[in-house]
Design a protein around this ligand. Sequence first.
Ligand SMILES: C[S@@+](CC[C@H](N)C(=O)[O-])C[C@H]1O[C@@H](n2cnc3c(N)ncnc32)[C@H](O)[C@@H]1O
Length: 228
Amino acid sequence: MRMRKKKNLDTRCERCSENLLVLRSPELNSDIACESPEYFDYTELFGNDNPVELEIGCGKGQFICELAKRHPNINYIAVEQCRNVIVAAAEKAQNEGLSNIKFFSVPAEYLPRYLHPHSIGRIYLNFSCPFPKSRFKNRRLTHQRFLNKYKLLMADGAEIHQKTDNMQLFEFSIESFSNNGFALKNISLDLHNSGFEGNIVTEYENKFASKGFPIYRLEAFLPNKSDT
Ligand SMILES: C[S@@+](CC[C@H](N)C(=O)[O-])C[C@H]1O[C@@H](n2cnc3c(N)ncnc32)[C@H](O)[C@@H]1O
């Protein structure tokens, strides 16, 4: 189902043009689009050379805004394909005066078109849509189709941190990471009762945890070839 465009959406996006970039390449197939890179210059984008991390599917920005507040010396790119949703995240960051986040309104498939190879230190996947029907499994953000794109973006030693309430998606992700050369660490099957410190709760996490659902979490990384 197509989401109805919210009233004043264009005006709201325009007001956030300092931190919200609406990237319109989806007229092309994403693989074809990624063959013609239009890389962002991070120094120009953020006005400094701090390391860059990425959240994919940022929703209304609760997680990324808190993370950016806690780590002012890291730059964050937050990606969300739904403009109706990302505009609220960009407004929140603007209201909170956070200059170390840029929001990209674009499907994640297109990221290698815009982000330099091996330039990202960490990727956050929080409560990604589970796409339970098997025929849509290639839309899951931990499908091989996406993992291959993340590999292009990940710097040496980079990690992917995933949280979800969905056990099927978690199982699928563990298998997908393992089948695609990733190693896993710090796996939790009940994050909120695990003693993990410093967790930043997302909008969806709030909703599911308050209903008593366990939250699953893992960290994935590419082992050094010399270690294997
Ligand atoms: C279930 S919501 C979770 C939002 C937020 N991370 C949270 O935890 O509250 C998942 C979000 O991922 C976005 N999304 C799904 N597939 C995407 C893709 N391929 N590229 C960018 N965003 C995507 C959806 O639009 C949706 O807003």
